[in-house]
Design a protein around this ligand. Structure first.
Ligand SMILES: [Zn+2]
Ligand SMILES: [Zn+2]
Length: 318
């Protein structure tokens, strides 16, 4: 027999505080998400989230606020609720998306899917990315560099605001500066200049061997260092010192840099940043498979997971 329940109105029973956020500690991820989504949502974007509701007798029950729903959805991504399948638009989906392609998998074999390109900053922040149907990475290097530059410009603008606030500048610098603690706080170290150097744009774009080509090394854009062999082979090469030979080509200069202590140190930092971003999206958010179909939607879902990843980083530092 079906039961009839009375509607729950906790507010009138005073079980909940008037402002539910009173229960949420300062700096909690929930606050970070609410703040971010509210700042992102323009009137126009809100309007595009839902079609206008029908008027008159056709109007159904009141709908949930789309911005609130988006906030919940983003928080679910941030907390990796996706991986438990607790949030899913539909119980079943077609695994064969006509836009997807057979992609070679590292270690052998193929999977049906997309090639997802992304760029991570030195602090693992996702600078941008997109899904594509290309089975290799080399032809994506220049597009990815553009995406990375666009993202880096947004990040630079946010950090430029820190420069005007001494406390903020100190906190931000101390979090990112890779110098040993003692040198970091030494009077001779110019924290403002260091912060500017770390955050004002892309220093060097570091890419794995999949992106290696003469064209990619010679293309305009930020300085780049591209592996020309497997990581373990790079480590076995004869170390080099100082500048490359004067008549060296772009490919030779790059190979030389990879052998210098500076080049090695730079390349070593790539793996934790990029793989940190990937494991965050795949393992923590639980996005191993797109729930939306089509290339454009795959990019949207990928970037949504990237945004959740960035908010997760932000929540951890705020
Ligand atoms: Zn900063
Ligand atoms: Zn520093």
């Amino acid at each position: 027999m079906a039961h009839q329940f009375r509607p729950v109105d906790r507010d009138s029973e005073m079980l909940l505080p008037h402002d539910m956020l009173d229960w949420v500690p300062e700096g909690h991820a929930v606050r970070v998400v609410i703040d971010a989504v509210e700042r992102l949502m323009t009137r126009d974007l809100t309007g595009r989230l839902v079609p206008p509701s029908p008027k008159g007798p056709a109007a159904g029950p009141q709908r949930y606020d789309p911005v609130m729903l988006l906030t919940v959805w983003m928080y679910a991504y941030l907390r990796g609720v996706l991986s438990t399948r607790a949030v899913k638009p539909q119980p079943q989906r077609n695994p064969t998306d006509p836009d997807s392609r057979l992609m070679p998998v590292r270690g052998g074999g193929f999977i049906q899917g997309y090639n997802c390109q992304d760029a991570a900053a030195d602090d693992r922040l996702m600078l941008g990315g997109y899904a594509c149907q290309d089975t290799g990475d080399a032809r994506q290097a220049q597009e990815l560099a553009k995406v990375a530059q666009k993202g880096a410009a947004v990040v630079a603008a946010a950090h430029a605001a820190h420069a005007a606030d001494r406390v903020m500048l100190r906190q931000c610098h101390d979090r990112m500066c890779t110098l040993p603690e003692k040198e970091k706080n030494a009077p001779g170290h110019d924290a403002a200049a260091c912060h500017h150097a770390m955050t004002s744009g892309i220093g060097v774009l570091v890419e794995d061997a999949g992106y290696h080509s003469q064209a990619n090394l010679e293309a305009p854009g930020p300085d780049r260092l591209i592996a020309d062999g497997k990581t373990r082979d790079l480590a076995r090469r004869q170390p080099a010192e100082g500048p490359p030979p004067e008549d060296a080509t772009a490919v030779e200069t790059n190979a030389w840099r990879l052998r210098t202590p500076e080049g090695r140190a730079l390349y070593k930092r790539r793996a934790p940043d990029v793989e940190g971003l990937h494991s965050s999206i795949e393992d923590r958010t639980g996005l191993r498979r797109f729930s939306l179909r089509g290339l454009h939607n795959a990019t949207s879902e990928f970037l949504f997971a990237g945004l959740a990843h960035n908010l997760r980083l932000l929540a951890a530092v705020s």
